[in-house]
Design a protein around this ligand. Sequence first.
Ligand code: NAI
Ligand code: SOE
Length: 386
Amino acid sequence: MKSLSVAMIGGGFMGKAHSMAYASMPMFFWPAPAIPRRKVIVDITEAAAEDARARLGFEEASSDWREVINRPDIDVVDICTPNNLHAEIAIQAAKAGKHIMCEKPLARTLEEAEAMCKAANEAGVINMVAFNYRRTPAVALAKKFIDEGRIGDVVNFRGTYLQDWSADPDGPLSWRFQKSIAGSGAIGDIGTHVVDMAHYLVGPITEVSSIMKTYVQSRPIQDSGVDKLGASDKNSDAPRGDVDVDDEVVSMLKFSSGAIGTLEATRNAWGRNNYLTLEIHGTKGSIHFNYERRDELQVMFADDLPEARGFRTVYTGPAHPFGDALWPIPGLGIGYSETKIVECYDFFRAIEAGQQPSPNFEEALLTERVAHALIKSGHSGNWEAV
Ligand code: NAI
Ligand code: SOE
């Protein structure tokens, strides 16, 4: 069977998740579209790269991504670095003719995102952005119900992404709080996941009206090393650095279909861990999803008998999208890592078919346009067009 050699840039949290997906994908999806070969891992120093190589099962380690992506024996470049490097690496990878998997958000700014699309389109390489939550079987099932018209025309979308890892003001100054690295705060980091789901399930967002807040203005500077999220590693005596991104956004939305909706994203909601929820109301029913109960899709069909009307819980299993590859019976449970396995399968399938997967750079650019409008509206206080 054909194999495709991967150069992964960045061996942190996402480097781990993607490596696990490359190793496992053919075990779940067989015959695999192609076998991922973990060829080279790149990190910031030789020592960090070698450590990642040993942990993540790559053949070689390097600290020079520019040299690696130009190697003729590399087919795929996988960008798992902080956001400030996405554009530069993706553009160089496209010029080198490599297929590209890029972590979300696509870029720090609209200009970067546009340049990435242009480079990928000109090179004709397959490109994908790692919005993996839409590959949760229950979310893909929601999409199937909506596309089949089971809840009628969508009239309202409510999306929330609430976490609490940044609620403690003494939690360290992660790169996620620095505009020069992250681009934005909760909006780019987690709000874009909600926008991606909204686009996937309901269609394009055309206008937003948002309120944006930064609650914690400075944080202790962390020493170095892999990003330390959250309050667990706090060091309140360390010198503090400025936070120059948003902590929270709350927004109203208008969709091109005529549907309306809301979006909330915050990393400062004590008690909420990875509370990514969707509620979608249609003219013939409703759907509710909560990632913290990701094996379940709540559905309500208005044409149920009046005495049986109400939300029912569908437990995902082999009958549902991706399910037959994942489990023999329902209720065994999907994990975060398995959404990455499904993502890897769809990416490799796209490469072998020579067709762009979803979401690709062009689609993620639309998500970036919404993020940009959310920030603009947060500053102006006006409705802003996307
Ligand atoms: P991380 O901080 O854990 O890892 C980033 C890695 O990149 C580190 O090992 C760092 O040393 C390395 N790196 C930095 N500069 C480099 C350079 N010049 N050359 C080579 N390596 C370099 O960050 P994490 O959490 O893995 O995030 C990476 C990306 O993945 C971000 O864009 C983030 O938004 C995204 N992400 C996506 C998630 C999802 O659910 N799809 C979940 C978490 C992160
Ligand atoms: C931190 O907010 C984070 O790791 C995000 O960067 C991811 O995109 C999200 O899926 C989980 O939380």
